[in-house]
Design a protein around this ligand. Structure first.
Ligand code: ATP
Ligand code: NAG
Length: 312
């Protein structure tokens, strides 16, 4: 497979969401009855890969699931979305990553995440996937797998002149500065920018400043997403950063909006390499904006056919 061109390779996580809706969250030792249960496909890496695939990118996922029902099911989900699964491994000594989620009537939640097989993705798997990583147009990484694995993947991409998008999520306060240097686009949300810069990011002014700070740490460009306010794009050090506004919509479920944005960005970087980053961000805003208008994570991600032709 790997001889033909690949647009986007994602090295990252896969999680099965097990969601129970109940009137309230149970206390320790308590058993309560809920009224709805569903299983969803999640994990930041997989989400981003599937959004890119739905826009028409040729995608390959590099990840690890368990040799279990959820793992088999997830592989089928990738296939159903046209994602190449040659580098989806199945561990026999760990379960597929799972997030047990309880949501109460007020929309509040309690979540337990067990990363499981995600943490077993390491350099051996990356070396096997080198033919794919080295031939991709864009590589995308997050922090739901071992940070060392993410960093190694970013470096492998850079050595092969493959563009990199790094999404430092979930954020860790003392992120190795090599991550910045290995990122062509460093893309995070307000709370992640806040944690990384150790200063508040609650308005545009502060987002611009945080973007400049992250840029100083060595990435080529920074995007900070701002929910209904779109995002801020910061490119060359010292030059003004740009606020890329979007049409704010009434959101039904914002879960996975950030991943939709990043998946779309990866698609645009792969398909339109000479498009200004600001324009890619403008289009990614529109894709993610559509994803917040229906419930679910991957279930809310639009396909190319759902979007206006001017986005392609
Ligand atoms: N209400 C909204 N109206 C329009 N676009 C939105 C809205 N909410 C989110 N978006 C789009 O989604 C992108 C990502 O949203 P946000 O910055 O909230 O990411 P996030 O916090 O990582 O998302 P989440 O954690 O909910 O998955 C925004 O940059 C924007 O393009
Ligand atoms: C940013 O993303 C994280 C997940 O990585 C999420 O928990 C947090 O709520 C998001 N912050 C904002 C401001 O949306």
């Amino acid at each position: 497979m790997t001889e033909e061109a690949i647009d986007v390779v994602v090295v990252g996580s896969c999680m099965t969401d097990l969601v129970s809706q109940a009137p309230r969250l149970p206390k320790a030792g308590e058993t309560i009855h809920g009224h709805k249960f569903f299983i969803g496909f999640g994990g930041k890496g997989a989400n981003q890969c599937i959004q890119a695939a739905r826009l028409g990118a040729k995608t390959t996922m590099v990840c690890k699931v368990g040799k279990d029902f959820f793992g088999d099911n997830y592989i089928q989900n990738f296939k159903d979305n046209g994602v190449n699964t040659d580098f989806v491994g199945q561990a026999s000594d760990a379960a597929t990553g799972a997030a047990s989620i309880i949501v109460n009537n007020a929309g509040e939640n309690a979540i337990v995440i067990v990363a499981g097989a995600n943490m077993l993705l390491g350099s051996e798997e990356l070396h096997k996937a080198l033919p794919a990583i080295g031939h991709a147009k864009v590589l995308v990484c997050q922090l739901e797998i071992s940070p060392q694995t993410s960093l190694q993947a970013l470096r492998m991409a850079q050595e092969n002149k493959v563009k990199t998008i790094f999404n430092p999520a979930p954020a860790i306060p003392d992120l190795d500065t090599d991550f910045y240097r290995a990122s062509d686009v460093f893309c995070c949300n307000e709370s992640e920018a806040e944690l990384l810069t150790a200063s508040p990011v609650s308005n545009l002014e502060e987002a611009h400043r945080a973007g400049q700070e992250l840029l100083r740490r060595g990435c080529s460009s920074v995007i900070i997403t701002l929910g209904p306010q779109g995002c801020v794009v910061v490119e060359t050090q010292g030059s003004p950063s740009k606020h890329v506004q979007t049409t704010a919509v009434k959101s039904v479920d914002t879960t996975g909006a950030g991943d939709s944005f990043i998946g779309a960005l990866a698609f645009y970087m792969a398909h339109y390499p000479s498009m200004p980053l600001e324009e890619m961000a403008r289009r990614a805003n529109q894709v993610a904006g559509l994803s917040v208008q229906t419930v679910g994570t991957q279930t809310s991600y639009p396909f190319k056919k759902d979007l206006p032709a001017e986005l392609f």
